[in-house]
Ligand binder design. Structure first.
Ligand SMILES: [Zn+2]
Length: 435
């Protein structure tokens, strides 16, 4: 299919083009510029009043937790997790997790998200949901081990990883990839870390982990091992592979250097960190150090939505508080975190993250013909400070339109609603969770 956007505003990730033309040929961007390209097109889209962006990358999620939206608003990670979330998760079956993941994907797709980096048990079902939804997914299973040793034949995470790498790593020409994963320093041991590093090496996979999310976690890690969680990981070769470090709120400058050297990124989750009272990541300092920063929502249960426009705005506003006005990040910095930063975090910077000829046609189109986006003195300012996920009118992955003007083209929403009703009845019997 050949598609041409004409007379659109295009933010390529490198520059802003007005009255621009953007041609998509099959799965790829064939042309972007200010003159109409030659040739015939199957569809010509009038881009007047529209802004075309690289698709947004949600670099840290637990999509199946969308079933737990609003189930607990406790402001303390440990209590929220151990007293409220874990007991419900223990009742979630793989088919339930798949339904939750598809619901999360539907929400993200409608907000311009073209790729997720997800971490959860039941990763096979989440991969199946991404297969059906047509979205890009880096899937991982947050590996935990609470004994002193690690036996990959007995650890449930390691057992699922065998199937994940066999069936899903590189699925659909790399649309789905598998990341290896250590859930966190405090939920695993060095044997686990070494095993996961080996998986990353063997499969050229990213290492997705939680790092120094709360002060308590960071301080207790130091008490336990005499060094920060990142320094402990480094000793076992974890940063010899590209690391996607979620949160890193309490990570120290030397810890961030490890992330940078690994070729990976921090997944900054500003709203989740605020909601759980974990703190504010110093994104401005990280950018000054040359660390790649991506944006994530974290699970819906601690956010409580998957709208990356909210994350972009929050990232800038919080950087004013964290680093001081004169050192804060810009609106464009936040936009880059959600696009090219996310592509680096997923190991996809050679295929997407910017709008460039030859790159995958992963696009989000924002309708600026809305009262809250008028007037438009500055496109990027409006995108980051005024736009909402619901202003997205089209989401495209590899040239395929997944969502347009409120319609899902790959997800059967009627079926999803039916499945969701059954799952919620089973998971929360007697509780009316649907209005
Ligand atoms: Zn997380």
């Amino acid at each position: 299919m050949k598609i041409l956007f004409e007379n659109a505003i295009v933010y390529t990730g490198e520059k802003l083009l007005k009255n621009a033309f953007l041609a998509v040929n099959g799965t790829k961007i064939a042309y972007v510029g200010d003159t109409r390209p030659e040739g015939c097109f199957d569809r010509v889209i009038n881009g007047k009043g529209k802004v075309v962006l690289p698709g947004l990358v949600n670099a840290h999620t637990h999509l199946s937790m969308t079933l737990l939206r609003g189930v607990s608003d406790t402001t303390n990670l440990q209590s929220w997790l151990f007293d409220n979330i874990f007991p419900i998760e223990a009742k979630m079956t793989p088919p339930m997790k798949k339904v939750g993941a598809l619901l999360g994907m539907a929400e993200g797709i409608a907000c311009g998200t073209t790729a997720f980096s997800d971490m959860y048990a039941g990763a096979v079902g989440i991969s199946e949901a991404a297969r059906d939804a047509g979205i890009k997914l880096n899937i991982s299973r947050g590996t935990t081990e609470f004994s002193d040793h690690f036996d990959p034949t007995k650890n449930n995470d390691a057992i699922e990883y065998v199937e994940l790498f066999r069936d899903w790593h590189g699925f659909d020409n790399g649309r789905i990839r598998v990341d290896s994963s250590i859930h966190a320093e405090y939920t695993s041991n060095p044997d686990t870390w070494e095993y996961m590093v080996k998986l990353s090496r063997d499969h050229h996979a990213i290492m997705h982990l939680h790092l120094s999310e709360t002060e308590k976690e960071h301080r207790e890690g130091i008490e336990r091992r005499g060094k920060t969680p990142a320094q402990a990981f480094a000793e076992y070769g974890v940063f010899d592979v590209p690391v996607l470090a979620a949160h890193s709120v309490w990570a120290e400058p030397e810890d961030l250097v490890w992330i940078k050297k690994s070729g990976g990124a921090v997944a900054h989750n500003p709203i989740s960190n605020l909601k759980l009272g974990s703190g504010v990541f110093d994104s401005a300092a990280a950018l000054r150090m040359g660390v790649t920063v991506a944006l994530g929502t974290d699970g819906t249960a601690s956010n409580n939505n998957l709208d990356l426009f909210e994350e972009m705005k929050s990232a800038v506003l919080l950087s004013h508080i964290r680093a001081g006005m004169e050192n804060a990040i810009s609106a464009e910095d936040a936009l880059k975190m959600a696009t090219v930063g996310g592509a680096v975090a997923q190991g996809r910077s050679d295929e997407c993250g910017v709008i460039r000829e030859g790159f995958d046609a992963d696009l989000a189109v924002v309708d600026f013909d809305r009262p809250h986006l008028m007037p438009c003195h500055d496109v990027i300012s409006n995108l980051v400070y005024a736009a909402r996920g619901s202003d997205v009118c089209m989401t495209m992955v590899r040239g395929k339109i997944l969502y347009e003007n409120g319609e899902y083209l790959t997800i059967d929403m009627e079926r999803l609603n039916y499945d969701l009703a059954n799952v919620l009845d089973e998971l929360f019997p007697g509780k009316n969770t649907r209005l």
